[in-house]
Design a protein around this ligand. Sequence first.
Ligand code: F6R
Length: 243
Amino acid sequence: MEVVLLPTPEDCARVVADAVAGSVAAAQEGGPVALGLATGSSPLLAYRELLARHRAGAFPTEGVTAYLLDEYVGLPAGHPESYLQTIRREITDELGIAAHGPDGSAADPLRAALDYEARLRAAGPVAVQVLGIGANGHLGFNEPGSSLVSRTRVKTLTERTRTDNARFFDGDVEAVPRHVITQGLGTIREARHLVLVATGGAKAAAVAEAVEGPLSASCPGSVLQLHPHVTVVVDEAAGSRLT
Ligand code: F6R
């Protein structure tokens, strides 16, 4: 695992963009590319950097299709806070690429999870997967206690994650769905290259546990330790508890 500790979130964004663009370019030589994208605040600056490079012709996206890590269950299709709409708005529309995610509005979410796993398997392996990490160590929406070999499935969000995400729902925690469909930790591990970005002191404990703690379902992020190609990019605050 490569851990890159940088002074500011802007520095992190550049290094994440380098890592993503490099892995995408290498994969493009072999045909269609599946690009794994996370939602949330952590990758936003990196997405802006990738968009700037794309506009400048330095990040071509021919043959690239985006796949999401996760989606809320129960929001109507097209809801502005659904992860699919969010990722389209934040990056994929302007990159000119299609984005796919689990169908959280499906009448049968269990079936939708299995369908998404099958779609990923058909399109994969994901060339490079962008990841954030929850303050409680979650990866995707694999909350603490998730099996390290889990596959795409329906999960219940912890109250902490619902509270953390209430900012996207006008601060109303009751508006945050209780269930999600998330790629499992075993599914995420099948991506060729994992690029995790974390900034800010609220992530310091989770980053230290994921990178240096024991491999444990109590910190889903620790599953990174099992992967042969991981780039962890942190600013000084998020890296402040690394030894
Ligand atoms: C998002 C996701 C989550 C976030 C994590 C960090 O698709 O899967 O694991 O990456 O909750 O969220 P932010 O970046 O908003 O702090």
